[in-house]
Design a protein around this ligand. Structure first.
Ligand code: C2E
Ligand code: MG
Ligand code: MG
Length: 260
């Protein structure tokens, strides 16, 4: 117990220093159209480039950042950086796709969430090339508050996706009212889909539900051609996963956009 507390305390102070020293980087994972395989978007995923340790996965530090509130600063940084990287791709004449940034519950619960996002991505006249991913449980918690916030963000041209869909506790009545654009089918269903008829019918049901609500479907964590083929048959719209590409550093993503 005390050991865990001490470990967290050390990690927290290291994360504060890392934020000051700008040690975080975004990697980008392409989202492709399931029919054409052309890149239709990218997801920004944070990593900590810790001197001496190397790249640290967000699973190792996001939970503590959420506990300590550091996620507010890190989240704003991620939005700013994604917008900067997107501008740089455009400046180089690349066909830069829209970039989706993950947003944590702590961020979206802030009263000034809409302003914080707008400040971070810049208040340009043109519509924003940045999209947001929020998890199901976050969106279902404060429905009325979220509807207002999402409407304000979508008015700026941002698209909103529900991340890890199928793992939370969505109320169908609420889902129909939420102003969102896409559902991301959780990786756990994609992995088991071909062996587990239960997972398969769940994926099928999510896609049908999304279609009836006019939402785009994006399958997460697609690793094999068999999975991609099945998802295409089920009329899923987009996929991302190691089959197409792992998350890539900004420059490598630029390289991928250049060969398009
Ligand atoms: P997520 O948003 O659901 O992101 C998908 C995760 O699945 C990423 O892990 C990605 O690298 C991984 N992935 C993608 N395709 C495959 C595949 O084919 N196979 C396997 N095994 N994994 C795949 P990552 O980058 O470690 O991120 C984990 C989670 O951390 C994310 O889940 C997201 O919830 C959170 N996260 C990442 N960046 C941020 C951020 O900037 N802000 C916040 N609040 N959370 C973030
Ligand atoms: Mg995500
Ligand atoms: Mg996900």
């Amino acid at each position: 117990m005390t050991e865990a507390v001490a470990r967290n305390f050390i990690l927290e102070s290291r994360l504060r220093i890392a934020l000051e020293r700008n040690e975080f980087v975004l990697h980008y994972q392409p989202k492709v159209d399931l029919q054409t395989r052309s890149i239709v978007g990218a997801e920004a995923l944070i990593r900590w480039d810790s001197p001496g340790t190397g790249l640290v996965s967000p699973m190792e530090f996001i939970p503590l950042m959420e506990e300590t509130g550091l996620i507010l600063e890190a989240g704003a940084w991620a939005l700013r950086q994604a917008a900067r990287d997107h501008r740089e791709w455009v400046r180089r004449g690349l066909a830069a796709p829209r970039v989706a940034v993950n947003v944590s519950a702590i961020q979206s619960r802030q009263r000034d969430f809409v302003d914080a996002v707008t400040d971070a991505v810049g208040r340009g006249a043109a519509s924003s090339p940045i999209d947001l991913e929020l998890t199901e449980s976050v969106l279902m918690k404060d429905i009325e508050g979220n509807i207002a916030k999402l409407n304000a963000l979508r008015a700026l041209g941002m698209k909103v996706a529900i991340d890890d869909f199928g793992t939370g506790h969505s109320s169908l009545a609420y889902l129909a009212r939420l102003p969102v654009d896409a559902l991301k089918i959780d990786r756990s269903f994609v992995i088991t889909m071909l062996d587990d008829p239960g997972a398969m019918s769940l994926v099928q049901t999510i896609i049908t539900l999304a279609k009836s609500l006019r939402l785009t479907t994006i399958a997460e964590g697609v690793e094999t051609e068999e999975q991609a083929k099945m998802l295409r048959l089920l009329r899923c719209d987009q996929m991302q996963g190691y089959l197409i590409s792992k998350p890539l550093p900004m420059e490598a993503m630029a390289g991928l956009l250049a060969v398009r």
